[in-house]
Design a protein. Structure first.
Length: 319
């Protein structure tokens, strides 16, 4: 193998193993080898997302040797199967780009064919859930046979965090007047002040869980609650309210929370302070991403969460 000095020992080892087996590169083997290296390089949340994309890529390209995959195959996926699913296509394109870069480093292919394929444009969602629709849907979920699902959605709104991070909250993370989140996506530490609304919600969760002891705050008799289950019951609640669930999804709750916090803080302390507070709430590293989330140009926004007067991003440390 050439340019050995530029490669990590792990890459050299995988490359030599692959080349020793055959002159042609088995796509599934290359993907598996690349994922072994990624396991130690990315956060658990990102690795979990890669896993879901890995399954599709292994299934779709299992009969094709890596060097025989070409850009036309990705363009076909782009214009047919994933024409109306740009996010999914872009994940596949990004993932296979990593596979090709790894294979190039291992010297089993010469070029990255994904480099010539443009990702699909994703239209920014301009929808903002009306406060009444969101609050009513939460109440419907709370009054169902499994009220803990409604509590999950309310915590999503009151903290502005991602669903996966909310479902991972443990009781030990609730201390010193804050809920501490270690975000899966960016591995950042965020502390959210426990407002009166959150305090009341935590009491409600304890009442629902009863005497059943579990490390996690959100569970169903000790079993983990999946994101898909929450999404399903939220759509079901919208249907019962006569609201078209196709217009909303659970990801709209985070921008709604940030927008309401921004508007409330701006009204009392000015726009810059509102933007700063929303940025801290979302755990973003720059204001540009925060502005992308905010739906501040939409009128008739209902009252949101209580103002988070002490939302802060923590330096990396164990929580």
């Amino acid at each position: 193998m050439r340019n050995i000095g530029l490669m990590s020992p792990e890459t050299i080892r995988y490359g030599e193993q692959l080349l020793a087996k055959k002159s042609s590169a088995n796509t599934v083997e290359i993907i598996a080898a690349m994922m072994e290296l990624k396991k130690s390089e990315v956060s658990p949340g990102s690795f979990k997302q890669y896993r879901s994309t890995q399954k599709f890529c292994e299934k779709h390209f299992r009969l094709i040797e890596l060097e025989k995959i070409n850009s036309a195959m990705f363009i076909k996926l782009k214009t047919t199967t994933y024409l109306n699913r740009p996010r999914r296509f872009n994940k596949i394109l990004q993932f296979m780009g990593m596979v090709f870069k790894f294979a190039i480093e291992c010297q089993v292919v010469a070029i990255d064919v994904t480099a010539s394929v443009q990702p699909m444009k994703i239209k920014r969602r301009k929808v903002l859930i009306e406060s009444s629709d969101l609050h009513n849907s939460i109440e419907v979920m709370k009054n169902s046979a499994t009220p803990i699902y409604g509590c999950v959605m309310e915590m999503l709104y009151l903290t502005g965090q991602r669903l996966g991070d909310v479902l991972n909250i443990k009781w030990k993370d609730v201390r010193d007047g804050h809920i501490y989140f270690k975000t899966q996506k960016r591995d950042a530490l965020v502390a959210i002040e426990i407002s009166q609304s959150i305090k009341f919600l935590l009491s409600e969760i304890k009442r629902i869980n009863g005497d059943f002891v579990c490390e996690r705050i959100f569970h169903k008799r000790g079993r983990e609650i999946s994101k898909d289950v929450i999404g399903h019951h939220h759509r079901k609640a919208f249907k019962l309210l006569g609201v078209n669930p196709a217009n909303f999804n659970r990801r709209d709750v985070r921008p709604k929370s940030a927008t309401d916090v921004y508007l409330q803080t701006s009204e009392s302390s000015g726009e810059q302070e509102g933007l700063k507070n929303a940025k801290a709430l979302l755990g973003h590293t720059n204001f540009q991403m925060t502005e992308h989330y905010l739906k501040k140009r939409i009128h008739n926004v209902g009252r949101g969460p209580e103002v988070f007067s002490n939302v802060k991003k923590l330096s990396k440390q164990k929580i």
